[in-house]
Write a protein that binds this ligand. Structure first.
Ligand SMILES: C[S@@+](CC[C@H](N)C(=O)[O-])C[C@H]1O[C@@H](n2cnc3c(N)ncnc32)[C@H](O)[C@@H]1O
Length: 244
């Protein structure tokens, strides 16, 4: 009885904006602990998705190195694994580099990942250069550094990759204007038949994170952009494919 009451209170709190903020604060607080420099047991090799388990935590209140839920990571992994050899892939926002290692490890030989991050300080004790050094070490460890360009740059003005992208993962500025600027610039850089994904763009009505500005943007894209076709979401990721 008491258990049911507590469960009900938590469920209601999690759906309210105050509760969500508390959960988000707890996630940010805890997320400092998980980073490449605190990995105790590295997998011997990265042969498949299952070898990336060390990037994740088992629940939303203790984030892993990747700021991704499992269903989101699985979609990214599948799309990255299926790009063509010599494909160009871009990521906007890497933070601790969990999504970077995941994408890099999934790519076929010859494909390249262009990762952009502005080093916006999400937490005072997590400096961008330090996180990038740790990430570079992890990429080096698995022989993946050769296929990744780690760029410190604003996605709205940075030099774009040299070829159209088969996959673009947008997870940078989560304000409406920031996400819209990324969309307007990067939609032009998506190859025909290529994918563009927006993180934190879908309210899953659970404890997952979403940003109202990004939710609004993807609604507008779905309504107004005839060249982008919406595909099924994965967690909070909204997935679009450029019509061929
Ligand atoms: C939510 S984190 C990315 C998490 C990462 N993709 C993952 O799944 O593990 C957002 C990142 O976007 C970066 N960012 C914010 N605005 C940006 C911009 N205009 N250009 C490039 N990066 C930006 C921040 O520095 C931050 O590291």
């Amino acid at each position: 009885m008491l258990r049911e009451t507590i469960k009900g209170l938590v469920a209601r709190a999690g759906r309210s904006s105050v509760g969500k903020n508390l959960i988000h604060a707890a996630v940010l607080e805890d997320s400092g602990r998980a980073r490449y420099s605190s990995v105790e047991r590295w997998p011997e090799r990265l042969d498949g998705f299952e070898d990336l388990a060390f990037l994740f935590a088992s629940n939303q209140l203790s984030h892993g190195i990747a700021s991704l839920q499992l269903d989101e990571a699985a979609l990214l992994y599948r799309l990255a694994r299926n790009v063509s050899p010599e494909a160009t892939v871009a990521e906007i926002g890497r933070f601790k580099g969990g999504s970077t290692l995941l994408l890099a490890s999934a790519l076929p030989d010859g494909a390249e990942l262009w990762s952009y991050d502005l080093h916006v300080a999400l937490r005072a004790d997590l400096s961008g250069p330090e996180l990038d050094r740790d990430l570079a070490g992890a990429l080096e460890r698995y022989g993946l550094a050769v296929r990744v360009h780690l760029l410190v740059a604003d996605s709205r003005t940075a030099e774009p990759p040299p070829r159209p992208c088969e996959l673009v993962f947008v997870d940078g500025d989560h304000s409406y204007s920031g996400a819209r600027a990324d969309y307007e610039r990067w939609r032009e850089l998506v190859a025909s038949g290529g994918n563009i994904l927006f993180h934190d763009a879908v309210d899953t009505r659970g404890y997952g994170n979403h940003y109202p500005g990004v939710v609004r943007l993807v609604g507008e894209i779905e309504r107004d952009d005839r060249e982008l076709e919406r595909r099924p979401d994965a967690g909070s990721i909204a997935h679009f494919v450029r019509r061929g």
